[in-house]
Design a protein around this ligand. Structure first.
Ligand code: URA
Ligand code: SF4
Length: 479
């Protein structure tokens, strides 16, 4: 029994469990079957108030999925995200909602309900934190006698390490890397293709300067030294399970399953340098726009006139990502002002999207061309150039944080979804990525301009307008 002064507090039964979603589920199952009223229960995890909790890897205490408790799948999937919030009251909130769902199947749809509003608020904050972590983790190279390692220190606002780790495993599949946070840490073993979770690193030990060597020596070796016998106990399949169950990230697992080998091959070909080392520490749009002039993340800066950064309000709800600047954009330093831009303007107007309210940018910021006499002919950027330039796009996504991203053409789509994205297969659908909650991929306006068959051009045009209308309706429906 919990100590308290009010009669209600005295009546509340304290239930404690490991700080994981599965442990919470196990704890509430008997409560739910006994119809224990939420007002009589106080759920608190064992890590509350403990800064270096074993949040991630104690998730091994999972229970069999077959225990018969009726809960909507859609609730569970979203609740897993809410469970990563740092709010100590999240466990009680989740139980309250689960309890109420037994008699009210439509509860999740009630926008005006206080519990649901709170649930959404926490869910939104966790997702935002996850996006941020994907965009802002920076690895530093450390070498020791066992080889080359990459290490990052990061302090997420919520317990998102386990949700975020698969993303890094996919992107940096061939590197040996670790991310250390105050709550927990994760290590990727590229040979075994395995994520291992371990304890956190106290905040006061975070590297103040670039001294990652010391952090590496002190913490990596103690947390992840393979010779230590507790390593096995620290392993967990949780991230992969979480990943599968994430409700909105349904377009990405394909990359993981279908493309493991290919992603590795692609990473092996990728240049060691990317734009990341040219990014400023302050990431507001004006500062980014200034800094991009120093970028030498790939060879494209050598021949172009200037980099072309995105344009539009930082508060835009919709962001358009094109391929790269064309001839006119390269001279003017502004995106989408040439023939493709003029067509885009027309199509946006048809879909009732106001160009001045959206943010428009490109996946690659320098113009790539070959010279034919006086003409400069557009050339497609290579996968390595798209990859090299990604940090600028990610920084723009972070600064603008649009609700919806529209990828114009294959290059933009591949920049967000990886090299195996099939534009014609997946265009016109509402997708999700770690960078934006909603993404729609569609054709590039210049594909219409290039089409030689008028019938085909008309068909492409109507596809593009339909996809833009979907974009407009998606935000309209949310407003
Ligand atoms: N095509 C693009 O993809 N972007 C531009 O800015 C212009 C043409
Ligand atoms: Fe940097 Fe992108 Fe220009 Fe390459 S294309 S130099 S990565 S800004």
């Amino acid at each position: 029994m919990k100590q308290g002064t009010s009669p209600q507090a005295i009546l509340r039964q304290s239930i404690s469990f490991a700080p994981t979603f599965d442990a919470w589920r196990e704890a509430v199952r008997p409560l739910l079957s006994a119809a224990a009223h939420p007002a009589t229960i106080d759920l608190a995890d064992t890590a509350s108030g403990v800064s270096d909790s074993l949040f991630a890897f104690s998730a091994r205490n999972s229970v069999s999925e077959s225990t018969p408790v009726h809960v909507p799948r859609s609730f569970i999937e979203r609740a897993k995200i809410v469970a990563c919030h740092r709010s100590a009251d999240r466990w009680n909130l989740l139980y309250r909602i689960l309890f109420r769902l037994q008699s009210d199947r439509n509860l999740m749809k009630l926008d005006v309900d206080d519990d649901i509003a709170e649930f959404r608020r926490l869910e939104h904050q966790v997702k935002r934190d996850l996006h941020k972590m994907h965009a802002f983790v920076r690895f530093r190279k450390v070498e020791d006698e066992t080889g080359v390692h990459y290490i990052a220190w990061y302090e997420p606002a919520h317990h998102v390490l386990a949700l975020a780790a698969p993303f890094f495993a996919e992107r940096f599949a061939i590197m040996q890397w670790a991310i250390l946070t105050p709550d927990a840490s994760v290590n990727w073993d590229p040979d075994e293709k395995r994520l291992t979770f371990g304890t956190g690193v106290p905040r006061e030990r975070a590297p103040v300067t670039d001294d990652f060597e010391a952090l590496w020596r002190t913490y990596y070796s103690s947390i992840f030294n393979p010779a230590r016998t507790n390593l096995h106990a620290m392993r967990s399949e949780m991230p992969v399970r979480y990943w599968k169950n994430l409700p909105e990230i349904d377009s990405l697992p394909r990359l993981l399953t279908e493309a493991e080998g290919r992603v590795e091959a692609m990473l092996a070909r990728q240049p060691k340098v990317t734009a990341a080392s040219f990014l400023p520490s302050e990431r507001s749009l004006p500062i980014l726009q200034q800094s991009i002039h120093t970028c030498q993340g790939c060879e494209l800066y050598r021949c172009a006139t200037q980099p072309v950064f995105g344009a539009g309000p930082s508060t835009a709800r919709m962001m358009f990502v094109g391929e790269q600047p064309g001839d006119e954009e390269d001279r003017a330093g502004k995106p989408f002002i040439g023939p493709a831009g003029r067509l885009l303007d027309t199509l946006l107007a048809e879909a009732e999207i106001d160009r001045s309210s959206v943010y428009v940018t490109n996946a690659v910021k320098h113009f790539k061309f070959t010279e034919r006499g006086k003409r400069r002919l557009h050339e497609n950027p290579r996968a390595s150039e798209i990859f090299a330039c990604r940090p600028w796009l990610l920084a723009e996504l972070e600064a603008v944080h649009p609700e919806l991203v529209v990828c114009l053409g294959a290059t933009a789509s591949k920049s967000l979804f990886g090299p195996n994205f099939g534009l014609m297969r997946d265009r016109g659908k509402i997708l999700s990525s770690p960078y934006a909650e909603r993404v729609i991929a569609t054709l590039h306006p210049s594909a219409i301009l290039r089409a030689t068959d008028p019938e085909r051009a008309a068909q492409m045009r109507s596809m593009l307008v339909a996809d833009l209308r979907l974009a407009s309706a998606t935000l309209g429906a949310k407003a």
